[in-house]
Each structure stands twice: as C-alpha cells, then as structure tokens.
Design a protein. Structure first.
Length: 190
C-alpha cells in the first residue's frame, strides 16, 4: 500500500477494484487544517479510458507491480502491433492506443522494452533517438543561408524540418519525443 501523495507518472495502482496507470500526478498542499490533495490523470487498464481524479493525500492505494519485458516487433495488423518474446517465442498484440504516436517508428525486428501490469501491456519504451531515412525533400536553393531549414518527409510519413544540406536518401537521427532533427548519420566508408 502507498499513500496517494506519493503517486508518480508511470506507476500502476488499484482503485475501487480496477487497475489504473498513472499518467500525470500533481500534489496540491492544503491550507490550515485541510490536508493536501493529489490530482491524478489515470488510464483504466481494462477499458483504456482516461479520467482525472483527486485523492486525499493520506489515502492508501494498492500499488501494482509494473513488469518490463524485451519484445521484438513483428508486424502491424489493423489497430494493433504484434510483438514476440525472444525467450519464449510467445506473440503478444499491443493496441495502437497503448503505444501512441510513436508506433510510426516501429520497424521489423526492432527490440523494445514493453511494460506489463497483470499480464496486460500498458506501455512501450522507445529509445530517445531513432535513425530514419529521408524519403522526400527539396534540394537547397542556390543562395539559401545555413540557418534556413527546409521540410522533409521521412520514410514513415512524418514531416520534420532539416538543415539545407540533407538530401533524399540520407539517414538522420531524430528525437522521438519532440520530432526534431538531431544530426545526419555518417555512412560507412565516408
């Protein structure tokens, strides 16, 4: 059991006999005799719905263990992605709603850590930086300054801004959280 005042994003709890994932937690101190309150945004692990709730700071909640397993991405099938456990070869579907927008960065045979609560997938941990290939971009203009960036379409359909020296076919490193260009991947033999 934990106190509601110790909730942190990423934790899993049981409240009113339902499992929830904590997405956001903000503590608000009380005044005088009033105790503080923890405002939390929770995702119901059974239905996937998100709701907000305020807990009394001293309320005791059951913490659920979050288990991490390494999985290998296999393929996309409709609204879910299929992964395989490399140890047991068991296949596990993870809905797009659990993965979020980062699902666009999945590639065949990519290994990622998945988080499970009571054998239900609740999250997929992507690396901070991924390598992607530029599918389409304009060549730089003759008198374009180095500080001017241009739009580029990546192999997965995402549009990002890149420096003028990037051309079609180049591989770049991209910050996944902010969808920002980091640098160009050096090709072997250059």
């Amino acid at each position: 059991m934990i106190l509601a005042s110790t909730l942190r994003p990423g934790m899993a709890i049981r409240f009113e006999s339902r499992p929830y994932r904590v997405l956001l937690a903000e503590y608000h101190a009380g005044q005088g005799r009033m105790g503080g309150a923890m405002h939390a945004r929770l995702r119901d692990l059974g239905t996937g719905t998100v709701w907000e709730h305020s807990f009394r700071a001293e309320l005791k909640l059951e913490e659920l263990p979050v288990e991490r397993r390494t999985l290998t991405f296999l393929y996309k099938d409709g609204e879910q992605e299929w992964f395989m456990d490399p140890q047991t070869f068991d296949q596990t579907p993870i809905p797009d709603s659990v993965i979020g927008d980062a699902a666009r960065f999945l590639k065949a045979d990519m290994q990622l850590a998945a988080e499970f609560v009571e054998d239900h997938p609740v999250g997929l941990l992507f690396p901070d930086v991924v390598e992607v290939q530029v599918a389409k971009t304009d060549p730089p203009a003759k008198q374009q300054s180095d500080s001017t960036w241009k739009p580029a379409s990546l192999e997965n359909g995402i549009e990002v801004m890149v420096p003028p020296f990037i051309k079609e076919g180049d591989s770049i490193r991209l910050d996944v959280a902010h969808l920002k260009y980091m640098d160009r991947v050096k090709a072997m033999g250059r």
